[in-house]
Design a binder for this molecule. Sequence first.
Ligand code: GLN
Length: 453
Amino acid sequence: SSSEQLVQQYLQTIEQNDDQLHIFNQVNPAALEEARQADHRRSLGEKLPLLGIPVAVKDNISTEGMRTTCSSRILENYDSIYDATVTSRLREAGAIIIGKTSMDEFAMGSSNQTAHKQKTRNPWDPSRVPGGSSGGSAAAVAAGCAPVALGSDTGGSIRQPAAFCGVVGLKPTYGSVSRYGLVAFASSLDQIGPLTNNVEDAATMLNVIAGHDSRDSTSVSFQKPDYTSFLGQDVSSLKIGLPREYFIEGMDPTIRQQVLESVEHLKAQGATVQDISLPHTDYAVATYYIIATAEASSNLARYDGVRYTQRTSEASDLTEMYVKSRSEGFGAEVKRRIMLGTYVLSSGYYDAYYRKAQKVRTLIARDFAQAFQQVDLIITPTTPTTAFVSGTKSNNPLDMYLEDIFTLSCNLAGIPGMSIPCGKDADGLPIGLQLYAPHFEEGTMLKAAAVLE
Ligand code: GLN
């Protein structure tokens, strides 16, 4: 079918779902026109990897011609003034940005319920959350509002919603996808990646978005493989590690059982499986929430009511203008993190918290380096629970922070991680299986994922 028909179908699905699921912050008003242009280009014989394919983009990624709000009141009317590198790479590959997806405000959260508006719900059960912070992108793919989407992952924000919505989510190696045009949350952890219906689409998306970019100083120059070439490769020589710290008492027994059953499947293909240890796992949550909030407090200082939108209408001097603009513009979770981050960076506490966290981060990264001397790949559950009912964790921030217990070590170490669907629990809700590989070994992850799918 033509791209125009395709886009029309997806736009219809978006509209049908909006009342109940609240997935999109904005739909691209030019999507149909762009689809017609794509059809024209195709009729001229042009061949591009994503020609005429609609892509949903998380609302913290800059897209010229549309807003970029981070689901925050403070950026509610902010028009993107340029394309992020990933956006231009999508456009160069022929893709059509179909719309901007809702997210936890400034990507802080695990439920999508900290969004200022459009608190996305889970397509499998709208009383439940889609996960977060890329909950809109995960729900968009799961509900058929877009065939593929982009999200960002600072501590699990691609993989956890992918698990909750039953889709594939991949966080690439830190430095392999440009962050130019991604609104910064915690710059040493943030990475953009795809959410898709299957492993092959994830590989195709990675082919388009990965690669060096001189506009991002943390971008790495590396030999980029064709990620789709790993699909269907033999897995019989793979050594797989199961970290005992990730199969803990108290986790949902169905999740444990389903993940271990999938591992059996790899074993049947000749892969060997062994227990491993990542001994500093216990410190990951505390370490992450010190580093992430410290970086966030610094990154969010730029929203001062002057350079971006949303200035208070009632202030009698400059300081009052700053304070009121920020007080009115940021939600509770964002404020909590700015305060925490400012505290751990303050001169009296820097050594006790921030510097200590940096040291523990090194130990966590070393855990993985040591594990990867014994195994090629690590398999864990993506989350300790399946999608929870909206509102059940919002009153207790610490409870919410524990949602990330299996996902955030990956960002601290900078390694790639991926979540793929792995059966359902007793309520019929999707379960996620997580794969970890060494830096720049996305291919190993993809070939194992393709076997498990
Ligand atoms: N849920 C984690 C947090 O709240 C991770 C968010 C993310 O990866 N952007 O910080």
